[in-house]
Design a protein around this ligand. Sequence first.
Ligand SMILES: O=CCCCC(=O)O
Length: 460
Amino acid sequence: MVYHDLNSFESINPFTGEKYARFELLKSSELEEVIAKAAEASRKWRKTSLKERLKHIENLAQLLENESEHYGQIITLEMGKPLKEAVAEVKKCALACRYYIEHSTAHLKGRKVSLEPGRQAEIHYEPTGVVLGIMPWNFPFWQVIRFAIPTLVAGNTVLVKHAPNTPRSALMLQQLFIRAGFPQGVYNNIFIHTSQVENLIAKREITGVSLTGSTRAGRAVAALAGRYLKPSVLELGGSNTLLALPDANITKVADQAVNARFMNAGQSCISAKRILVPAEKYDAYTRELTLRIKKLKTGNPLLADTQIGPLARLDLAELAERQVEESLRAGARLVTGGSRSGTLFAPTLLTDVKPGMAAFDEELFAPVAVLISYRNEKEAVNLANNTSYGLGTAIFTNDIERARKLIPKFQDGAVYINEWIHSDPRLPFGGVKDSGYGRELSKEGLLSFVNIKTVVVNNN
Ligand SMILES: O=CCCCC(=O)O
């Protein structure tokens, strides 16, 4: 197995190690040309009607729906998620397009406010210009679409800096936008090094930046956005809690916890990284989870029955291994898994995990379930909030009213009751604390990069 060179854009199959392609970084002069084209395109694109913009989004939705298998293969070969999940990811991109086709007119309508007789106010939503998206590899189509579609619908153009290990997905997305008929310069893939990002954010043409990625990257981008006064949206790491209340159905929770933790081999910000169960049911949960985790089929992500593919890069597998080993040394117990062959990480269950251990304190981006016990509700809430992250908590119980009372206690961007947390184009998505700020998707995502213009008309 080979390491990715993260200073370049390299497509390597994480299951076989086969190198597909390596792409040159844009030279400064080439990047200047792209920025100029995006700015020129933005002057025209902002004047097109919403209907015209949505026509292109409709074309894109159709391409994504009709060719989901093809693009799913590209994702799987490049970052290793099981083909079934990759195809579902592409289909979800089409769903996001369809959500905005249906709702953008209402969301962008603005509103009127009557002030005094003869005085009226209006709130207009206007595009801002060219918005930069810095996107990750774990959902290489979905995260880009989640940023780009609302941003384009609002009348902006975009530059997209994708992750260095998913350049083929990046190029396929660029092609898709061209095939869907978007004018030249509206959607721009840029292969640039992180060191080029500051100059880009500093440019007058760049009017905002959206980053999905690590908290470390978020801090760096937020500092630049602050220095150059550009609005930013940050969707960063997470350490979501899945909390089973004492009355919850153990089988149902175990099924959902395994889905919530092992999807995409655990490489998701919203994955259930800490499973909290009552102390008196700890052994039962350990048994039920172990049964399910042992059955997970690991291997070639192209095969229909594979549930856990390789991790996307060798260095990520090594990092996860280090986190598991450190947790074991600190007193956690390994119930199953724990081993690795190259990028293939065995589905793992750690129990007896406590604050202070890597498996509790750090984001574990791997197929590792972490089981924690609590003695009472207060302790459960404290444990859930005992993290720097704040994306989401899922509560399982038959007592919805009891769960409702807990909602304000969680320092999170989302609380789901009796469902594992996943994003949905109809709902705002984002976090608090080290998980970032701002929201994507739904109406809030559409308004992330608009100028909210207040207009007052005085007829007196
Ligand atoms: O790493 C973040 C994953 C987000 C996945 C989703 O939007 O469902």
